[in-house]
Design a protein around this ligand. Sequence first.
Ligand code: SF4
Length: 374
Amino acid sequence: MGLYIHLPYCVHRCVYCDFTVSVLKQEEELSWYLKALHQESLFYARTYPDKIVDTIFFGGGTPSLFSAEQISELIATFRKCFKTTPSLEVSLEANPCSVTLEKLKGFKEGGVSRISFGIQTFHSQHLKTLQRSHSQEQALLAYHLARQAEFQNINLDFIFGIPEQSVQEFQADIQKAVSLGPEHISTYHLSVHESNPLHPILPLEEVSADMYEWVMNFLPSSGYGHYEVSAFSKPSFQCAHNLKYWKLHDYLGLGVGASSYMTTQEMPWGDHFKNTDSLQAYWKKVQEGGSAKGQEEVLTKEQAQKEYLLTHLRLIEGVSLAAYEERFGSSLIESYGPIVDKLLTWGLLDSVKKMLKLTPRGILYLNKVLVEFM
Ligand code: SF4
């Protein structure tokens, strides 16, 4: 299984953010939070004694606000509590302005094997619009420091569709990223709720579509395979942890607001549960019983089939009809034949060598495709 650890603290809240985030007021909160994570790990190590962890992902929030010692101790705790594979992938999300060479070296020595920087854009006016706390110079410096610290697996995150961002500016961001040579690049379309102050000034959908179409051609021609709607990587550098979400494998989320999907003998189609979003309630629940579950839903076979399909369709290789049949003992076409036919006719889906996948147009109109299956 994959282990997701939510570290919710940030120095401030960016205007577009809809993650479970808490603005850090005092350093002590970090060690207090780590104690709760420790308790929660002990609880789940007892609940799932036979599961083997092969990926750990520290997401946030800003995990790099924690010290190298704190992150190393957490990794040691997980290694002690759970069975782990020797080739454990350990990813950590970092904000360019919260790392130093010493800290990055400490993360590496403590077991972090993959670092992911939230660059978003190299243009200072757009960083300002997004209310990011780093500058272009800090982003470049963080990347070079990570190389000095001997990280051989680096991801850079970018956002497109920022108010007043031109197609050329986005292209310049990605070209600059490629010139640095990270192993992985992710590009996310900026989407915010109607009530968000950025909503009225978002660019036209056609502009964002132009950016996305361009990046879908440019990155593969620069050596970055497009393997998921938002993710591109050099060969063999796909993110093993994120693939668990898209392939509907087991993942256990620890920390406030974290989500899990776990299968067991009693729940073969999976149990979805999510921790409470409130830090106080999280702390209290973990102290009382070890788990901080807020919501839970045990999936029926039909629900699991739908989720398997919806998550796999995000992968560029698509969904294998044979693998689907092996997991569920029934044919995908039997369950979804009329919808698949409709999407094939609309040119949004394609069927190649017993794989059902999105066409380039289908990738652009992903939501339209997903809605049809819901
Ligand atoms: S740094 Fe990331 S998690 Fe923190 S507030 Fe900004 S967008 Fe949200």
